[in-house]
Write a protein that binds this ligand. Structure first.
Ligand code: 5GP
Ligand code: ZN
Length: 135
């Protein structure tokens, strides 16, 4: 942990642009992009560019900034997807690089990874564009 760019970490490769993503927003320290296996359309991941395994290893300020970016994006995502609520999950069983899931929701009980389905790259690009228009 602690390296800026871990060679075998998929989210480090996304953060450095080595592999593509449907980007929603970015600043110097964080990047937000659509999950390739969304629970619902608009399912977004927010990650620190710096490699740490879990959000709880971030410093107080970075932890706050990660959540602040999630707060800032939740409205535009909700609006773009016309969702009733926005759900938040921190899990990390699949990718050992800190991330927050932000998931548009329309019904109770939807916030479950058993509902996640692979999305087409062109659909993700379209949805990311729709969200960016709300920023
Ligand atoms: P977790 O580690 O919190 O269990 O889940 C990691 C999430 O990252 C999963 O929802 C998975 O679909 C997503 N994911 C894994 N690899 C990629 C990738 O290469 N690109 C994108 N956009 N999402 C990914
Ligand atoms: Zn990483």
């Amino acid at each position: 942990m602690g390296n800026d760019d871990m060679d075998d970490c998929i989210f480090c490769m996304i953060a450095s642009g080595k592999i593509p993503c449907a980007k929603v927003a970015e600043d110097d320290s964080f990047i937000a992009f659509l999950d390739i296996n969304p629970i619902n359309p608009g399912h977004t991941l927010i990650i620190p560019k710096k490699h740490v395994e879990t959000v709880f290893e971030l410093g107080k300020e970075e932890f706050g900034s990660l959540f602040e970016m999630s707060r800032r994006l939740s409205g535009p995502i909700q609006k773009a997807m016309a969702a009733k609520k926005m759900g938040v999950v921190i899990e990390g069983f699949l990718v050992p690089h800190a991330h927050i899931h932000l998931v548009p929701l329309n019904h109770g009980g939807e916030l479950s990874f058993s509902r996640a389905k692979k999305a087409e790259a062109k659909d993700l690009a379209m949805i990311a564009e729709r969200i960016r228009q709300q920023l």
